[in-house]
Ligand binder design. Structure first.
Ligand SMILES: *[C@@H]1O[C@H](CO)[C@@H](O)[C@H](O)[C@H]1NC(C)=O
Ligand SMILES: *[C@@H]1O[C@H](CO)[C@@H](O)[C@H](O)[C@H]1NC(C)=O
Ligand SMILES: *[C@@H]1O[C@H](CO)[C@@H](O)[C@H](O)[C@H]1NC(C)=O
Length: 269
């Protein structure tokens, strides 16, 4: 238990120190209530709910009532409050603005004091204590716990699921475009042998490899393309010296073919 700093003035038994709360806890408050009874009925109690739940930046208040006797010794006082957060740190004391009013000598009065502390964020969570400062004595209440939640509802940040969905859709779109292009290309591949037969271009492929059916896999198609490219180069190299007039017509044909292919792609899109 932390020892409370000795203070000048009334005997130690008649005082309570809010600062001792952190280490000593209840005994200090017990001592305080006992001391207050000795001093003539002064007391400070927290009225209302012992626990208050609030959202950040919303007004939440707690009340304490100070009972005192209207005597020269006790008719003047001021009320403050402070917070002890979840880690046991005590905040600076702030004024509440509650003031005792005029009264009749020796009568007992009760001052109800409502405190609305600022609750900017969840760090404002803690126990809030009312304290009453008389010239000769200080007393604090048992405290009200205020739980501060940061916000009720927040616009959720872009969830990874959403991003995933978007990228998946994009992927699907890309795939469909690619597949369309592939289909067109395959169609063209199937058209080439036909053209060759009508235009009497040299057929470098062995007779044992007939035109493959369209349900061939993609890989077969790719392989075919490869062999075809090579064979085309070979045939071109072989036919260059002999057939000088054929390349321009072939080029022309190819260009027309490309044009029709582009048209097909645009139509598909
Ligand atoms: C404050 O707490 C102490 C210890 O629990 C208790 O004896 C006392 O009655 C409480 N005072 C008020 C005003 O509730
Ligand atoms: C108030 O009480 C004190 C002490 O008990 C006494 O001396 C004084 O005369 C009283 N005042 C009035 C106005 O009753
Ligand atoms: C509360 O208000 C303060 C100042 O107005 C602001 O900086 C803070 O972000 C607000 N907190 C919440 C949770 O809205």
């Amino acid at each position: 238990m932390e020892s409370c700093p000795p203070r000048s003035g009334p005997p130690a038994g008649l005082r309570s120190w809010p600062g001792c709360l952190r280490a000593s806890g209840l005994p200090g408050w017990l001592l305080a209530s006992w001391a207050l009874q000795l001093a003539g009925g002064q007391s400070i109690t927290h009225t209302g709910q012992p626990i208050v739940v609030s959202l950040a930046n919303r007004t939440a208040s707690f009340s304490c009532s100070i009972t005192y006797q209207y005597t020269p010794q006790f008719r003047h006082f001021h009320v403050t409050y402070f917070q002890v957060d979840l880690e046991g740190r005590k905040s600076k004391e702030s004024p509440t603005g509650c003031q005792p009013s005029q009264g009749i000598e020796n009568r007992t009065y009760t001052l109800d004091c409502q405190v609305t502390p600022p609750l900017p964020n969840a760090l404002a969570t803690g126990t809030y204590y009312c304290c009453s400062y008389w010239p000769s004595i200080t007393a604090c209440g048992n405290g009200t716990f205020i739980l501060v939640r940061d916000t009720g509802y927040q616009e959720p940040p872009p969830s990874p699921q959403k991003a995933l969905l978007f990228s998946f859709t994009g992927l699907l779109a890309t795939l469909s475009v690619l597949l369309t292009a592939l289909l067109l290309w395959k169609k063209k591949q199937m058209l080439v042998p036909l053209k060759c037969s009508t235009h009497a271009c040299p057929d470098p492929r062995p007779a044992s490899r007939p035109t493959q059916p369209p349900e061939d896999s993609l890989y077969t198609a790719l392989q075919r393309r490869e062999t075809e490219v090579y064979s085309y180069i070979e045939s071109k190299a072989g036919s260059l010296p002999s057939a000088a007039g054929s390349p321009p017509s072939q080029k022309k044909l190819r260009r027309q073919e490309d044009k029709s292919e582009f048209n097909l792609v645009y139509e598909n899109l």
